[in-house]
Ligand binder design. Structure first.
Ligand SMILES: Cc1cc2nc3c(=O)[nH]c(=O)nc-3n(C[C@H](O)[C@H](O)[C@H](O)COP(=O)(O)OP(=O)(O)OC[C@H]3O[C@@H](n4cnc5c(N)ncnc54)[C@H](O)[C@@H]3O)c2cc1C
Length: 419
């Protein structure tokens, strides 16, 4: 039986392990944390939204970054201290911000996201996992006529790849989401994307890990990969503090840490961490309660009802290395968004759960899926702000590549060979 070691137990690692095991592979997952989904898959924005699969280096991103210098209230910023480690990656990021490249990456990402939705549907038919799943769509709200015009253009452009939408004026917004009433004057309208979905990524990871474990996948927690043994272009084994573990193939799914772990494997993984924040807020005794995920493109942020009685507010991006601090100046952007959208929900510091995570970003906004220059090393990483949206499709497709099967989706746009 083929033996595979998966490095990392977030969304990418767990889905890969599940789909490998489904095809009869002997799988071990190595995770340095003490439980699944303790890094970026812990408290993300919860959106599975093909409509929002745009890379973040849109045309004009350089101007936006310059404007954001030193401004803690900006949607995306770079801290000066990390600039030296960002030079090569950053130039590629900017090179990919031409309209043609941006649009090509957007459509590739939409395709993978839609595939991922279909793979998840098949999964849920076999295993009805509980993860606060709500396939009710999202609403992208607009504060100005100019933003609505831009939103309409994007929505019409996305029609070519099967993404449907409904434009809402102020009354339409209110009819759909009566909880917006106290702040409706802040918005001129919005675009509803009914095919988008939401769900709790961490609960999904916990549930799928249990299914995979019951089916025979071995999960080893608190076990960090520190190095590897290589021979003639292949990896023989990985080294952890406890032992040396051999396998036929290895899958690197270590999120932002795929970059430093890749260095130990002597493979360049062009991923940099883009920090983002979330606040999980209990919502009690608010009538009517928010029902739909609201996306604010201007702040790269969203407010998402999760399960019964909570909202997840998540977003903004900051290139600041592997720093995991929670500065008030950045969290206050999310509090401000809550107040602007739902002023009736009190900003109660003591009951909010603040969190930050490091999105694994590639320079062109597309993930890295499949083979590497080492014949038995594969990658499933670099999903940036879309790792939940693309999780099931990426896991299934990478498992297919590892096993030498044709994936159901063309992985050429996501190949390591492009770097
Ligand atoms: C604020 C925020 C909001 C977001 N919102 C959304 C959203 O709404 N929709 C969406 O689609 N995506 C969203 N994302 C992105 C999404 O969360 C990520 O793309 C996704 O979680 C990445 O999953 P991963 O498995 O690649 O990485 P991770 O979840 O980080 O998992 C990698 C794992 O590898 C482990 N690891 C690292 N090094 C080693 C080692 N040496 N040995 C063993 N294990 C190791 C880590 O401990 C970690 O558990 C958001 C991200 C952030 C930060």
């Amino acid at each position: 039986m083929t033996r595979v070691i998966v490095i990392g137990c977030g969304l990418a690692g767990i889905t890969t392990a599940y789909y490998l095991n489904e095809q009869g592979v002997d799988v071990t997952v190595l995770e340095r944390a003490e439980a699944p989904a303790r890094e970026t898959s812990f408290a993300n924005g919860s959106l599975m939204a093909p409509s929002s699969a745009d890379p973040w280096n849109a045309p004009g991103v350089l101007f936006d970054l310059m404007k954001a210098l030193g401004r803690d209230d900006s949607a995306m910023m770079v801290r000066a201290g990390v600039l030296p480690s960002m030079v090569g990656w950053g130039l590629r990021f900017l090179r990919n911000s031409t309209l043609a490249r941006y649009q090509a990456s957007y459509l590739d990402n939409v395709g993978l996201s839609q595939y991922s939705q279909s793979v998840m549907q098949r999964l849920l038919q076999v295993h009805p996992l509980e993860f606060e799943y709500a396939p009710d769509g999202t609403v992208s709200v607009c504060r100005t006529e100019a933003a609505l015009t831009k939103g309409r253009q994007i929505a019409n452009w996305l029609k070519q790849v099967g993404i449907t939408h409904e434009e809402l004026d102020r009354d339409g917004l209110l009819e759909l989401e009566p909880a917006l009433a106290p702040a409706i004057e802040n918005f001129v309208g919005g675009i509803r994307y009914p095919q988008d979905e939401v769900g709790n990524a961490r609960l999904f990871c916990l549930a799928l890990k249990q299914v995979a474990e019951d089916a025979g996948v071995v999960f080893r927690f608190s076990e960090q990969v520190l190095g590897v043994e290589r021979r003639r272009g292949t990896i023989q084994s990985v080294i952890t503090p406890r032992e040396k573990l051999g396998a036929d193939c290895f899958v690197l799914a270590a999120g932002s840490y795929s970059w430093p772990v890749g260095r130990r494997l002597k493979v360049h993984i062009p991923v940099r961490p883009a920090k983002g924040y979330s606040l999980t807020v209990p919502v009690r005794n608010i009538e009517p309660a928010p029902r739909y995920a609201i996306i604010d493109e201007a702040l790269h942020a969203a407010i998402v009802p999760l399960g019964k009685g909570k909202l997840r507010i998540a977003g903004t991006a900051e290139f600041t290395g592997f720093d995991k601090s929670l500065p008030e100046a950045r969290l206050s952007n999310l509090k401000r968004l809550l107040t602007e959208v739902y002023p009736q929900i009190p900003v109660n510091e003591s009951s909010m759960q603040p969190w930050c995570g490091l999105r694994p970003m590639t320079p062109d906004g597309r993930p890295l899926l499949g083979s590497t220059r080492l014949s038995n090393l594969f990658v499933n990483t670099g999903h940036g702000p879309l790792g939940w949206t693309m999780a099931c499709g990426s896991g299934k497709a990478v498992a297919d590549v590892v096993l030498g099967n044709d994936p159901e989706i063309d992985l050429a746009p996501f190949s390591m060979a492009r770097f």
